[in-house]
Design a protein around this ligand. Structure first.
Ligand code: UD2
Length: 313
């Protein structure tokens, strides 16, 4: 087996992917992370099995030698969050667009076998039609959504113009262990998990009837590893979701049921750039990649709660 590179490998999803690669037998895993949102702690028990490189994806000369000759580059490094991209658009633009360009450029120059790019369900934006199918016209409604979509377009163009094999996976609201609730931009489930564990009320922005295809991190890791191996998928874009859809109210109620408590949420104003409903059509990913989501929302929430409690003793 060759060299595998994970950009953003110290992040929430990236560190789960690193574990997935090692479990699948990979022996040479290079992690590129600038530790802006990632944490070395996320890689704690696997640290000795990987080559950790603190580098910024915007810095071509730093990343090019690390990427050169890789069998697969998993490009997950990004500054996530819709509201963050509205409040502070420059860093997210630079990392998500310019950084992605530099990773693709280094991969093309370095003879990389394939790049799997972590795209986002936010590309679909406000379109009313559900579920969201890859053939729909994108309708991004935040800088973050535009940035992740630009990365997809770049990935496709690097295949068409430079022959670099790329596959983009539109991740749908991923949650699970190691998702950090400590920032105001944290994913909603990480915030809900902390709230229920501490017996506090969560804040819901809007009426709580907005819905998401919440996807457990191990399912997304599985999809990502499959995208690295699948044949005939170069230059394509796939949904990596569950195919389900839950409102925020339903997620909170599920947590209340699991924990056997009742805590009324606090409601705040709706968030700018927020998408109303999101749900993946996974037909293409099932057919072409062999996608096989295994975790129901309840099972995923139980596992995430278990992790939260173990972490905090
Ligand atoms: C978007 C993408 C997702 C991923 C993510 C990265 C969509 C549909 N999804 O997630 O695939 O790329 O960006 O950041 O575009 N909320 C609350 N209370 C809170 C926090 C959030 O009510 O304390 C709401 C928020 O207004 C939204 C929902 O929860 O309606 C989900 O928010 P999020 O930040 O977890 O993720 P989202 O959907 O922006």
């Amino acid at each position: 087996m060759g060299k595998y590179v994970v950009t953003g490998g110290a992040g929430f999803i990236g560190s789960a992917l690193v574990r997935g690669l090692l479990a699948a037998g990979a022996r040479h895993v290079v992690v590129i992370d600038n530790l802006l949102t990632g944490k070395e702690k996320n890689l704690e028990e696997v640290r000795s099995q990987i080559d950790f490189q603190r580098a910024d994806i915007r810095d071509y000369s730093a990343i090019a030698p690390l990427i050169e000759g890789a069998e697969v580059v998993f490009h997950l490094a990004a500054i996530p969050s819709v509201p963050r991209s509205i409040e502070d658009p420059v860093p997210s633009h630079e990392v998500n667009v310019d950084g992605t360009f530099q990773v693709l450029r280094a991969a093309a120059a370095g003879g990389v076998g394939r790049v799997v790019y972590a795209a986002s369900s936010s590309a679909y934006g406000g379109s009313e039609i559900l579920p969201k199918v890859e053939t729909m016209a994108p309708a991004p409604q935040s800088p973050y959504a535009v940035q992740k979509l630009a990365g997809e377009y770049y990935a496709q163009v690097f295949y068409r113009c430079f022959g670099l094999e790329t596959v983009s996976l539109r991740y749908f609201n991923v949650y699970g262990p190691r998702q950090d609730p400590s920032s105001p931009y944290s994913g909603v489930i990480s915030l809900f998990i902390r709230a229920i564990a501490e017996r506090r009320a969560p804040t819901i922005f809007g009426d709580g009837e907005q819905s998401r295809d919440f996807t457990y991190v191990e399912d997304v890791v599985d999809a990502t590893l499959k995208a690295a191996r699948a044949r005939g998928v170069a230059g394509k874009v796939y949904n990596a979701g569950n195919g389900n859809r839950y409102t925020l109210k339903q997620v909170w109620q599920t947590l209340e049921r699991i924990e056997g408590v009742e805590i009324a949420p606090v409601y705040g104003p709706p968030r700018a750039g927020d998408v109303r409903h999101s749900q993946a059509d996974v037909t293409a990913a099932v057919t072409d990649l062999g996608l096989q989501p295994r975790f129901s929302l309840e099972e995923g929430l139980r596992r995430t709660l278990e992790w939260w409690r173990a972490e905090r003793g």
